[in-house]
Design a protein around this ligand. Structure first.
Ligand SMILES: Cc1cc2nc3c(=O)[nH]c(=O)nc-3n(C[C@H](O)[C@H](O)[C@H](O)COP(=O)(O)OP(=O)(O)OC[C@H]3O[C@@H](n4cnc5c(N)ncnc54)[C@H](O)[C@@H]3O)c2cc1C
Length: 408
């Protein structure tokens, strides 16, 4: 067979696919990114309703990939504390208690994606194939012959599925998923409140699901209200004034009145876990591998960990004479061993929180109350949860370890 066109072909130029391409760049590999939408660009004058809470580990990755300056020059909101409570108890996490300036950042998804894609444009070894999806592939001796939906064809040694929760690549590769619906919808919008957010992320656990207000750079907050399907339908059917009132009540008016809310978007919440992260010359990253409940804001952070871990494994695997093949089974197995267990533990924890909080059962309420009290009064337990929320637990890829030097 002739030399493949690419060493790595990435399906999906979303946040995780773009980060994977950047992390692989500058290592002597030829990389293609296939993205059907191609043009989801950030706009200065419109706040994207989709935002992500970004951990310190993910922030380090963005700095090292060269995307952070672009983000910071536009809009990023640090948060220094998390207040979380329900009817029976409360915990306040403060970065200062563990000697840190912040716990993470809130960033618009479109800004994150745009910053990564801007960096990709500067790399000679990355080719963006926009406006087409992966349509299928056949196997060849040392690569996959990949068909794009617009008729283009390419041969690549490795195909990375970064094509989201409904990954067509995962499905065509015959990789099974274990999935279940949470029976909730995530309602998102941008909210103007009477009082400022003070750099605090707030989350109240209601019996119908968690309601979060995340601090934004322009002083507003981003709403993520995970409500059971019936409640969500009622909330979506309300007029703006009634919804603002329901929201102010839901968050117990901790920021005073709700003055305005942008149009609401809703996403059905699912749990999905791929039973394998790899196939023959195929690796899954991001939501293609795992979709978790958004209550702890960890989904894309796990995907960025996958991106950095896969890039590190591949780059180590191809270093040295005669080892040019990034799609070798031994390389991919190392990646799967590294990431699958970690992601499964996080998914298990999210499902546990969901089970514990999303109801009024008296025994679970008592367990919650006890958990809140113990955590709030025990500094080591608090520090443990904060380091988890900052993404600083487990085996971090080199791109996410200290030290990082950036103005912030
Ligand atoms: C309400 C809500 C709130 C959330 N909040 C947070 C948060 O605060 N923090 C956090 O970490 N996570 C959060 N998440 C999760 C986070 O949004 C996802 O984990 C993240 O978007 C996944 O990114 P991805 O790049 O893996 O997938 P996607 O964002 O789905 O991107 C997939 C890309 O693949 C492309 N594609 C699709 N099909 C093909 C194909 N056949 N060929 C090629 N390309 C294809 C698509 O066009 C798209 O660009 C939240 C999720 C929800 C629903």
């Amino acid at each position: 067979m002739a030399r493949p066109d690419f060493d790595v072909c990435i399906a999906g130029g979303g946040m995780v696919g773009a980060a994977t391409a950047l992390a692989l760049a500058d290592h002597g590999l030829r990389i293609a990114v296939v993205e059907p939408r191609g043009g989801a660009r950030w706009q200065q004058d419109v706040m994207d309703e989709r935002v992500s809470s970004i951990t310190i580990a993910s922030w380090r990755l963005l700095v090292r990939l060269g995307a952070w300056d672009f983000i910071q020059a536009r809009r990023a909101s640090p948060f220094e504390a998390i207040h979380t409570w329900d009817d029976d108890g409360a915990v306040r996490f403060r970065a200062a208690d563990i000697g840190e300036p912040r716990l993470g950042w809130i960033i618009e998804n479109s800004l994150l994606q745009t910053a990564l894609l801007e960096q990709l444009q500067l790399r000679d070894d990355v080719e963006m194939l926009a406006g087409a999806a992966i349509a299928g592939w056949t196997r060849e001796a040392d690569g996959l012959r990949v068909r794009l939906s617009d008729g283009r064809r390419l041969v690549s040694r490795l195909l990375v599925a970064a094509d989201g929760g409904r990954s067509a690549v995962r499905e065509q590769a015959g990789i099974e998923v274990r999935e279940h619906a949470y029976g909730q919808q995530g309602i998102v919008a941008t909210v103007t409140t009477e009082q400022g957010h003070g750099g605090i992320a707030r989350q109240r656990f209601l019996a119908s699901g968690p309601l979060a207000l995340l601090p934004l750079a322009d002083g507003r907050t981003s709403l993520v209200w995970s409500a059971d399907d019936g409640t969500a339908r009622a909330l979506l059917a309300m007029g703006d004034a009634a919804f603002a009132e329901a929201l102010a009540d839901g968050i117990e008016r901790v920021l005073g009145a709700v003055l305005s809310v942008t149009p609401r978007l809703a996403f059905p919440l699912q749990s999905r876990l791929a039973q394998r992260y790899i196939g023959e010359r195929i690796a899954l990253v991001g939501d293609a591998a795992h979709v978790i409940h958004p209550l702890a804001g960890q989904g894309v952070n796990l995907g960025l960990l996958d991106a950095a871990a896969l890039a590190e494994t591949v780059c180590r695997g191809v270093a040295g004479a005669g080892r040019r093949d990034p799609g070798r089974a031994s390389v991919l197995r190392r990646y799967e061993r590294w990431r699958r267990g970690d992601n499964r533990r996080m998914q298990f924890a999210m499902d546990g929180f969901h089970w514990l909080f999303a109801n009024d059962d008296p025994i679970r309420r008592r367990a919650r109350n006890l958990g809140f009290q113990l955590t709030d009064r025990c500094p080591p337990a608090k520090a443990y949860f904060m380091r988890h929320a900052m993404g600083l637990r487990g085996e971090l890829p080199a791109l996410m370890r200290e030290p990082v030097s950036a103005e912030c």
